[in-house]
Ligand binder design. Structure first.
Ligand code: ADP
Length: 163
């Protein structure tokens, strides 16, 4: 059985992430979405909030499990008996960092394979950071995140409306 891990910060989960999760679930028998405790980024939402949000958006997807992880992704790969790290590659700007990470993970564990999916066209420019910024400025984000995430984000940011 091929199990893939889809690691990320998911601060918050967007329709772009969900597109990758849905397509990953068609390709692999199991997909574990790994909400990472990211030491490089300060996140708007706590790890528990991020896990809850991803769970709420993926509960109807067969084969998809949501977990959190604080250490190396290759350790998580071993713990979950997974073979593949799944990532999304939006633009050339993503490439350099992804290239480095894939090679470093391979160095740490030669059996680790990283596979990339291109986003569906309408999500190419979509990023959690942009969604947070738009929401903070009161813009309409309904195209970019599921309705429950929009509600949670607005509540977190103090209830600014899009009108
Ligand atoms: P990270 O901090 O690990 O990049 P993110 O939550 O920002 O975490 O992203 C997790 C993964 O999802 C990354 O591989 C990223 O490239 C991918 N991703 C983010 N947004 C999109 C999108 N709009 N379309 C496709 N993939 C995306």
């Amino acid at each position: 059985m091929t199990r893939a891990l889809y690691p990320g910060t998911f601060d918050p989960i967007t329709n772009g992430h969900l597109d990758i999760i849905r397509r990953g679930a068609q390709l692999f028998e199991a997909v574990d979405v790994v909400v990472a405790v990211n030491t490089r980024k300060t996140s708007l939402f706590s790890i528990e909030e991020r896990v809850d949000m991803v769970r709420a958006c993926t509960r109807d997807l067969p084969g998809v499990t949501v977990i959190s992880h604080a250490g190396l992704m290759v350790e998580c790969l071993r713990e979950r008996k997974a073979q593949v790290l799944l990532r999304g590659l939006r633009a050339v700007s993503d490439f350099e960092h992804e290239f480095q990470m894939a090679l470093m993970n391979k160095k740490l564990d030669p059996s680790c394979e990283t596979m990339y999916l291109m986003p569906s066209e309408q999500y190419t420019y979509l990023a959690s950071s942009l969604v947070r910024e738009l929401a903070a400025l009161g813009a309409d984000i309904s195209e970019f995140v599921p309705p429950e995430i929009e509600t949670i984000l607005r509540r977190k940011l103090g209830g600014k409306s899009s009108s």
